[in-house]
Unconditional design. Structure first.
Length: 200
């Protein structure tokens, strides 16, 4: 398994136009509907990163890759024995490739309302998140970087696992999930679950 990252602030106009031109008509139309420039750049950069990653993995020209959609909406590269997954947040786009299903998720650590933690976290994860058994006041808007980093660690691991198995975010207890990798740097949290990820 290999993974790649890219800062959309490095995307030049000529590069944008090149990778946009390689997109399917449907994907181009989706990009065109975005209101904000950064949303457009994130999607185009994701296309670029996926093509470059798959090209390196399969030893093929990036322009020769054709994408299609599986039954449950997960994209794949037609005619190539490779699995890939893309995620983006803030200025960063990431892509993971492997010969087995793979899921990757990135989140920028940012203030949020933690009521969502009630829905996605097990009791053990809530204890890890807050450092104590939470009370109602804990589930509120917070700017506490330590708590937010723990929350997005939990979130990205669950999201990466769900993307790996094709179900979107998975609410399984993290202790039941194998092969989750976690990275942190420059205000971002990244989690990757690779091919033989499974429930214990």
């Amino acid at each position: 398994m290999k993974w790649y990252k890219y800062d959309i602030r490095d995307l030049t106009v000529p590069e944008y136009n090149k990778w946009y031109s390689l997109m399917s008509t449907d994907k181009q139309q989706r990009v065109d509907r975005f209101r904000f420039v950064d949303d457009k750049k994130r999607t185009v950069a994701g296309e670029m990163l996926a093509r470059k990653a798959i090209a390196e993995w399969c030893i093929v020209a990036p322009e020769g890759i054709v994408f299609s959609i599986k039954e449950h909406g997960k994209p794949y590269a037609k005619d190539w024995a490779v699995e890939f997954n893309i995620s983006h947040s803030g200025d960063m786009v990431v892509c993971a490739v492997d010969d087995k299903p793979v899921g990757i998720d990135i989140e920028q650590v940012r203030p949020i309302d933690l009521t969502v933690a009630k829905r996605i976290c097990s009791d053990e994860e809530l204890l890890y998140l807050f450092g104590h058994t939470p009370v109602e006041q804990d589930f509120s808007y917070t700017t506490n970087t330590e708590i937010l980093t723990r929350f997005f660690e939990i979130w990205t691991k669950k999201e990466a696992y769900g993307k790996c198995i094709g179900n979107g975010i998975c609410f399984a207890d993290l202790h039941t999930i194998e092969y989750s990798k976690f990275f942190l740097g420059n205000g971002y949290v990244i989690a990757i679950c690779k091919g033989n990820a499974k429930r214990r």
